[in-house]
Design a protein around this ligand. Structure first.
Ligand code: CUA
Length: 177
């Protein structure tokens, strides 16, 4: 029930003002344009990641990550292993409550197959400031080919809400010459 009900009970059948009709048409046409832009950008926007997804258990993924960490750790950074795998190799990154593990160090201009999976819950991989975004699920591994074209330190934030420590779930990728 409205606080002030319309004086005319059959309000929806009143003649429409020209301005209102014009805005309805503009909004409708704009909605149609935006709808077909989704289809257009899919092909023309160069925004589609060339990623692949495979089934994997958290145990299998952890085993692969641990093997990489054992073989290629180069230093420790406040309790986190910094791993420098060979150029062109497969790289594994674990998402779990509430960390990205380990820290990966890559070489500029080299391509890596980066595997992402979760140990527990859904997380969101967001690479900053590049703005590469991927959902990370337990039971699946996402594989993205990355070829860093600049050196420096890149941040990973979790952009899927995953509980009380979500805002603390940050990680790092180093790119060196
Ligand atoms: Cu992990 Cu939010």
């Amino acid at each position: 029930m409205a606080i002030t009900p319309p004086t005319e009970r059959i309000w929806w059948n009143l003649p429409i003002a020209k301005v209102e009709l014009a805005w309805i048409i503009i909004a409708f046409v704009w909605g149609l344009i935006m709808f077909f832009m989704m289809v257009y950008w899919h092909g023309a926007g160069e925004q589609n990641l060339s990623n692949e997804a495979y089934r994997i258990t958290p145990e299998q993924f952890a085993a692969k990550t641990n093997a990489m960490v054992e073989q290629y750790t180069v230093r420790d950074e406040s309790g986190y292993a910094v791993v420098h795998p060979p150029a062109g190799s497969d790289v594994y990154l674990i998402a779990r409550l509430w960390q990205w593990w380990p820290i990966i160090e890559m070489e500029k201009g080299q391509s890596y197959r980066v595997h992402l999976s979760s140990m527990d819950w859904q997380h969101g991989f967001s690479l900053q400031p590049i703005n590469v975004n991927l959902s990370v699920h337990p039971g699946y591994e996402m594989v993205v080919t990355m070829t860093p074209d600049a050196t420096g330190e890149f941040g990973i934030v979790c952009n899927e809400f995953c509980g009380i420590g979500h805002h603390l779930m940050v990680g790092k990728i180093y790119v060196v010459e």
